[in-house]
Write a protein that binds this ligand. Structure first.
Ligand SMILES: NC(=O)c1ccc[n+]([C@@H]2O[C@H](COP(=O)([O-])OP(=O)(O)OC[C@H]3O[C@@H](n4cnc5c(N)ncnc54)[C@H](O)[C@@H]3O)[C@@H](O)[C@H]2O)c1
Ligand SMILES: [Mg+2]
Ligand SMILES: [Zn+2]
Length: 276
């Protein structure tokens, strides 16, 4: 199947195409969705912080207008990326997820982190350039591991105080400098629930644009220890039987995929597909 959406670095001096507008309140949308004719959008009284050409949707160029602040446009509203993630239009979510990461980077890389000079966009490369340091600053991507730990018919799921009430998920955490993904897994599992794991197996990855994680998904088996939830980080952690699971994370998350895959294999059901 030909992908409807492909990323690209486009020349912002060229006219036309579609545009998405992003502010600290999320993306602009109306009854037709979140893509607007770019020339029309630029005629509105927007406070544009940066403009980036981000790719092609069905062959048409798409641009991002990253705004300082939201603006009232009749018939339009603002909505966060998470809300788009929960909707059915997977392609739109991919476009907006990418736009959000480019927008976050554009917002946070206007000045060189080394010398403070204002930076400029490099044509045809997704990089901001500091002339004074001859330094390129690329979009930030944060590797994070996520793991489903199992013990026969049981899976270990935990709650962070940040989760929606009642929802339990797999353990996750950001990689620190000097770590492999597997090192990170062992450390995070020790920190968050105080147990040891074995037979670590890589299962797949997922871009998680909240704001810029690259999720590296694993399965691991329980080896030893009793669950001790990490104070402040983990509100509760328990072993759940695959026949009696609590409310789970959003179906588009790799956390949900890891759980659904294990349950499907255990019960002999059809296996789910990892959402991109
Ligand atoms: N897609 C999924 O299924 C899924 C599921 C769970 C978590 N996640 C994501 O995984 C990531 C890590 O999970 P977590 O929140 O449990 O992490 P974590 O256990 O490492 O704890 C979060 C803490 O890490 C620190 N931190 C924040 N950003 C960081 C960075 N870029 N690098 C290093 N440390 C940082 C902060 O102190 C923060 O409080 C988050 O982005 C989260 O949204 C994705
Ligand atoms: Mg964590
Ligand atoms: Zn510099």
């Amino acid at each position: 199947m030909i992908s409807r959406w492909t990323t690209a670095v486009l020349d912002t001096d060229l006219p036309g195409g579609w545009a998405v507008a992003r502010s600290p309140e999320g993306f602009l949308f109306d009854d037709n969705g979140a893509l607007f004719p770019r020339e029309w959008l630029k005629r509105q009284d927007l406070s544009i912080l940066a403009e980036h050409g981000i790719g092609h949707l069905d062959g048409e160029p798409v641009y991002l207008l990253e705004l300082h602040s939201p603006l009232d446009i009749p018939g339009c509203n603002w909505k966060g990326l998470r809300a788009f993630m929960l909707e059915d239009d997977h392609t739109l979510y991919k476009v907006l997820g990418y736009a959000a990461q480019v927008g976050t980077w554009a917002r946070e890389h206007r000045f060189c982190g080394s010398c403070g000079t204002r930076m400029s966009q490099i044509p045809l490369e997704r990089a901001m350039y500091c002339d004074a340091c001859d330094l390129r600053h690329y979009p930030r991507i944060s590797p994070s591991m996520i793991v489903l730990i199992t013990r026969g018919d049981e899976v270990l799921l935990a709650r962070s105080p940040r989760f929606v009430t009642g929802v339990y998920s797999t353990l996750a955490g950001f990689a620190e400098p000097g770590e492999s993904a597997e090192d990170c897994l062992v450390r995070e599992v020790r920190e968050e629930v105080s147990i040891e794991v074995k037979n670590i197996q890589y299962m797949g990855s997922q871009c998680w644009p909240f704001p810029h994680s690259m999720m590296l998904g694993f399965h691991a088996e329980y080896a030893s220890g009793d669950i001790v939830p990490q104070e402040d980080e983990i509100e509760d952690a328990q072993w759940f039987n695959v026949h009696d699971l609590p409310p789970l994370p959003a179906s588009r998350s790799i956390a949900r995929y890891l759980i659904d895959l294990y349950v499907a294999r255990r019960l002999g059901h059809a296996e789910p597909v990892l959402p991109g």
